[in-house]
Design a protein around this ligand. Structure first.
Ligand code: NAD
Ligand code: IPM
Ligand code: MN
Length: 357
């Protein structure tokens, strides 16, 4: 198969982890007889520095032409004082919107090898953790209008609008139910319907979609309780479906209970065509440029790309198996390190995965 990938390494640890994921993909392509070409483009802070815009038109066009988009991370202290529309994060939000990537899949899975890196008690995670967070990605409070800051009667106001229409809820709910059909057939919809009108609509539409999937058991939970339940007993969840903001927060939480945010990959998908694949973590300015970042979330995002964009299941499984092998042999980056294991840097971790493939 020919794979044409738009590569957006971005800022901070973005380029370091992307490099490792690219080496892994090259090895897989080699081994399984595929051809892969990369077009590297700017996004985020590096794009601001080079062009003045966090999402240059050239980047958008390259992404639209590609078979899939692979992203590192964007942002950093250097650009933190820019306003909303011109900061690095606007580049990421912009490309999600441009490509219509409304469905963000964030699988939180605890490798048994990492149970010592998990912050939860051993008796809670003895059967592992396997939760799929399905996050709505192009709507909700991230994009709702009006938004802004203004002064009225000498008092400054800042506001955003959390809004969903029924079509947006229906399509993300269907993604969640479809995912559940391939898993344990349980969906938990997370909202704040005891307070928010937008959540009351969300809940009603999810209920309607549930009638199309009689085999799937649907439950609802308020987001504050969900945040608590996720650490108290993560195994009660199979698929969690939720809006943009709640999904952002809950997926960082789901990540750390699998050992580290450096472990959790993601796929952002649209109705058809191009998907975008990225780790859920950010540019980690505190460790950027020090060869300390965990590249496994990025490498596992490559596996998600092979599975979702190219239907290359064997190849995706091979990457996941290689990651597991390296973990079983006791190699760890600092974020997942426990006593008695071997500390390695970002590059070595990537090389080890390539060697095990
Ligand atoms: P972050 O995810 O970058 O970092 C949070 C903590 O986790 C830091 O201590 C960091 O060192 C650690 N960490 C993250 N990834 C790691 C990895 N692969 N290996 C080891 N440790 C890792 O979140 P933040 O500090 O809140 O944000 C930093 C910047 O990243 C901000 O500008 C933010 O807007 C941006 N951000 C971007 C994305 C993205 O591009 N998808 C996601 C989240 C945050
Ligand atoms: C993520 C990030 C982004 C988000 C930011 C950087 C725009 O936190 O991908 O989780 O909030 O979606
Ligand atoms: Mn986030």
């Amino acid at each position: 198969m020919d794979m044409n990938i738009a590569l957006l390494p971005g800022d901070g640890i973005g380029p370091e982890i992307t490099k490792q994921a690219v080496e892994v993909l090259k090895k897989v392509a080699d081994k399984f007889g595929h051809k892969v070409t990369f077009t590297e483009e700017l996004i985020g802070g590096c794009a601001i520095d080079a062009t003045g815009s966090p999402l240059p038109q050239e980047t958008v066009e390259a992404c639209k032409k590609a078979d899939a988009v692979f992203l590192g991370a964007v942002g950093g202290p250097k650009w933190d004082n820019l306003d909303g529309a011109t900061r690095p994060e606007a580049g990421l939000l912009g490309i999600r919107k441009e490509l219509g990537l409304f469905a963000n899949l964030r699988p939180a899975k605890l490798f048994p090898e990492l149970s010592s890196a998990c912050f939860l008690r051993p008796d809670i995670v003895k059967d592992g953790i396997d939760v799929m967070v399905v996050r709505e990605l192009t709507g909700g409070i991230y994009f709702g209008q009006p938004q802004g800051q203004e002064e009225r009667d000498g008092v400054r106001y800042g506001y955003n609008t959390m809004v969903y229409n029924e079509d947006e809820v229906r399509r993300i709910a269907r993604i969640a139910f479809e995912a559940a059909m391939k898993r344990d057939k349980r969906v938990c919809s997370v909202d704040k319907a005891n307070v928010l009108e937008v959540s009351r609509l969300w809940r009603a539409v999810v209920e309607e979609v549930a009638t199309e999937y009689p085999e799937v058991e649907l439950s609802h939970m308020y987001v504050d309780n969900a945040a608590m339940q996720l650490v108290r007993d993560p195994n009660q969840f199979d698929v969690i479906v939720t809006g943009n903001l709640f999904g952002d927060i809950l997926s960082d939480e789901a990540a750390v209970i699998t050992g580290s945010i450096g472990m959790l990959p993601s796929a952002s998908l649209n109705k058809s065509g191009t998907g975008l694949f990225e780790p859920i973590h950010g540019s980690a300015p505190d460790i950027a440029g020090q060869n300390k970042a965990n590249p496994l979330a990025s490498i596992l995002s490559m596996a998600m790309m092979l599975r979702h964009s190219f239907n290359l299941v064997k190849e995706a499984n091979a990457i996941e198996a290689a990651v597991q092998k390296v973990l079983r042999e006791g190699y760890r980056t600092g974020d997942i390190m426990s006593e008695g294991e071997t500390l390695v840097g970002c590059n070595t971790m990537g090389n080890l995965v390539v060697e095990r493939l």
